[in-house]
Write a protein that binds this ligand. Structure first.
Ligand SMILES: [Zn+2]
Length: 345
């Protein structure tokens, strides 16, 4: 199959380094990305310390530079409920000299301590952004804690993670964000990372004429399901939001083929095996390790699907091959670039 003509980008990665160097370093993560043809990455702010202040972000940029990783390295700034902090982070996104490409809000608990769990506080963040006239991207981790059913989580049956953090928690949280943005007529671009529900994808497409919105899917949510989490080693596939039931996964994959999802983002999040197999049973998957195979299989699936629509046409194979190639380039590069003009590559 023909190789991609443009580099790839990863809009969602958890590079470690610093206090978390025992998990991985910035340079080891960047190296893995480059081996996959990825030339730029957006690092997530739930690091230790979190990237919620100018100082923490400056220190992070210095650390990346000290590891020789300034090229293609960008940051999502974490937002808190504090209006002054929000204004400061907006300033960084709007400053062309800073490689800060957008804001990240955790509207639910995940790794780190950045969650803004209350709906009122989340609403206030959107209100503040509208007041500031912010037009940049805000990625929101959408999982509503009040809908979690943690009593269903049994580490001896890792697949129960999907029951403890059900699909409805994601869907209702996305609805909240859309409602807040419309309420304040905010011009921010809402990005739903690691979408894991068909309803979430439907919402993204339903509201596309009323607000600027995108969603990304990870290789693991599209390729694996909760059924793949049987047995103790299933804990290695624990992530937030959880892998879904196989029936949902298949629908997600079809929606990806149908062009209903904006891009592929890895959410690559390394932990040690010990942290994953024992308490705290850390959430996060080394998704860059399955990325290349995933993209290759997707390209083949896109080509086959196109070919079946073109059966008798002359040059059908060539047409289908070009179509699949273009779609992959969209999903791994052009769609991301269109939302993040700051990216130079
Ligand atoms: Zn993540």
């Amino acid at each position: 199959m023909e190789l991609q003509r443009v580099p790839k980008g990863d809009a969602h990665i958890h590079l470690r380094g610093g206090k978390e160097s025992y998990k991985a370093t910035i340079s080891s993560g960047m190296q893995l990305a480059r081996m996959n043809g990825i030339s730029f990455v957006f690092d997530m702010p739930n690091t230790n310390p979190p990237l919620t202040t100018v100082k923490a972000i400056d220190d992070r940029l210095k650390l990346a530079a000290s590891e020789g990783c300034s090229n293609g390295y960008y940051i999502w700034a974490g937002v808190t409920a504090d209006p002054n902090q929000i204004a400061e982070m907006v300033g960084l996104v709007e400053d062309p000299s800073y490689p800060v490409i957008g804001l990240k809000m955790y509207a639910g608990p995940s790794t780190g301590n950045l969650a803004i769990k209350g709906e009122k506080e989340q609403r206030d963040v959107h209100k503040e952004l509208a007041k500031l006239g912010y037009t940049g991207p805000i990625a929101v981790h959408c999982e509503k804690e009040s809908l979690f059913r943690m009593e269903l989580w049994d580490p001896d049956r890792p697949q129960t993670w999907a029951d403890a953090r059900p699909e409805t928690a994601e869907v209702e949280s996305i609805k909240d964000q859309v409602r807040f943005i419309l309420e304040f007529e905010s011009d921010a671009h809402l990005h739903i990372p690691h979408v894991s529900t068909t309803q979430g994808i439907e919402l993204r497409n339903k509201y596309s004429d009323r607000l600027s919105m995108s969603c990304g899917i990870t290789p693991h949510h599209a390729a694996w399901s909760a059924e793949d989490m049987q047995g103790h080693s299933g804990l290695l596939k624990k992530c937030n939001p959880p892998l879904r039931k196989e029936a949902t996964r298949r629908k997600l994959y079809n929606l990806l083929l149908d062009g209903k999802i904006d891009w592929i983002e890895t959410d690559h999040a390394p932990h040690t095996v010990d942290e994953k197999l024992n308490p705290p049973y850390a959430s996060g998957i080394r998704s860059l390790e399955i990325y290349a195979e995933f993209v290759y299989n997707l390209q083949r699936a896109l080509m086959q699907r196109r070919l079946s629509q073109l059966v008798s046409a002359a040059g059908a194979v060539e047409q289908a091959r070009l179509y699949a190639l273009r779609r992959i380039e969209e999903l791994t590069y052009y769609s991301i670039k269109s939302v993040f003009p700051k990216v130079k590559e």
